[in-house]
Design a protein around this ligand. Structure first.
Ligand code: ZN
Length: 358
């Protein structure tokens, strides 16, 4: 693995790694302790997992009682500070996305409108149901840029996989419209960036959020170079994602939707990944695998009625790692989308990150 050949100092510099204490999670279980000596290095069979996070992600504050709240990230970061998980993680420092990078997926008109809404002190984006505050633009740019930092780290071989614990989420944001708690489409921008910056030809985006990732689908609907696969509740917000939506033109066949009714359990979702996604992914041969990791499909989430259990999120992760292992040199980047039970987010994220490392 590449990390064995770089010095600790240059490796940290490459990643812009910071002590976990700087994130306000307590320094005792510093993520950096994996570097303390060879005896504490993860075994060669264990992938090093990059972790993208920043306290700035908590500066995006929707109205009181909104489910997409800053405390979601506290719950995740506390869970990931457990020693067995912290030992697997390497901090990857996020950076703000540039406007040119945001415009890889969003129209100039929408970017201007979103900026105007936020800077004018609006409480909601004029394009849709996304609460904002004056710091939302800073958080949204750092969220999109955080995934780009993860792309750079994974492509450089500094880490094999990465989890981006960020907000606002992104998968409902279309090229010209923020909606569904999303401002910019973090995962879509990352796919385009990986293609443009790193010459990656084919990207798979798998979305297990309980809601259909309409923004991601729309972005790549006529583009055969990014395959979009989604399992989601139907009928449910935002109303798109029927099995008949399969792409158009050059994108025909590169969108695969698996809608399921309320009450669906995790076994059926795992089966969809295994039976529907695996064969098409093996034909598509992605050079990078991105995950829209929404944990509102977990059992007990207040905004969804699926029953995926933590060990099944681990199974879904393992299937995607298998695809990446065969075609993408193991490169998997997971990006937080929904998930509104704090306890559920903590448990599911821990299971997911463990599986990203296995
Ligand atoms: Zn969702």
């Amino acid at each position: 693995m590449a990390f064995m050949s770089v010095s600790r100092r240059s490796f940290l510099k490459l990643l812009g790694a910071v002590p976990v204490a700087a994130w306000g999670v307590g320094g005792r279980h510093s993520l950096l302790h994996a570097f303390a000596g060879d005896s504490q290095m993860p075994s060669k069979k264990t992938a090093r997992v990059g972790l993208v996070h920043s306290p700035i992600y908590k500066k995006h504050v929707p109205h009181l009682s909104h489910p997409e709240r800053p405390q979601r990230l506290d719950a995740i970061m506390e869970a990931l500070a457990a020693p067995e998980l912290a030992a697997l993680l390497v901090a990857v420092q996020p950076r703000p996305a540039t406007e040119a990078e945001i415009r890889l997926c969003h129209s100039a008109d929408y970017v201007r409108q979103a900026k105007r809404d936020i800077q004018s002190g609006a409480e909601t984006l004029s394009t849709g149901d996304t609460d904002v505050c004056r710091d939302s633009l800073e958080a949204a740019l750092l969220a999109a840029g955080g995934v780009l930092a993860a792309v750079d780290a994974v492509v450089a071989g500094a880490v094999e996989t990465a989890f981006c614990a960020l907000r606002p989420p992104g998968h409902h944001a279309t090229p010209d419209r923020g909606m569904g708690f999303c401002i910019f489409n973090n995962v879509a921008i990352a796919a385009r960036y990986a293609q443009k910056k790193h010459g990656i030809a084919r990207v798979l985006i798998a979305d297990w959020d309980v809601h259909h990732g309409n923004g991601t689908q729309e972005t790549f609907y006529e583009d055969g170079s990014v395959f979009f696969f989604s399992t989601h509740q139907s009928p449910w917000y935002p109303g798109t994602g029927s099995a008949a939506e399969t792409g158009r033109g050059a994108g025909k066949g590169a969108t695969l939707n698996c809608p399921f009714p309320a009450g669906t359990d995790g076994e059926r979702i795992v089966a969809a990944f295994r039976e529907k996604l695996l064969p098409v992914a093996n034909a598509f041969k992605p050079e990078l695998v991105l995950i829209s990791a929404g944990f509102d499909s977990r059992h007990g989430d207040p905004l969804g009625m699926f029953h995926i259990r933590d060990e099944q999120f681990a199974e879904l992760t393992a299937i995607l790692r298998q695809i990446a292992g065969e075609h993408a040199n193991g490169k998997v980047i997971s990006v937080l989308e929904g998930g509104y039970s704090l306890e559920g987010l903590a448990a599911a994220s821990a299971a997911h990150v463990r599986a990203l490392a296995r």
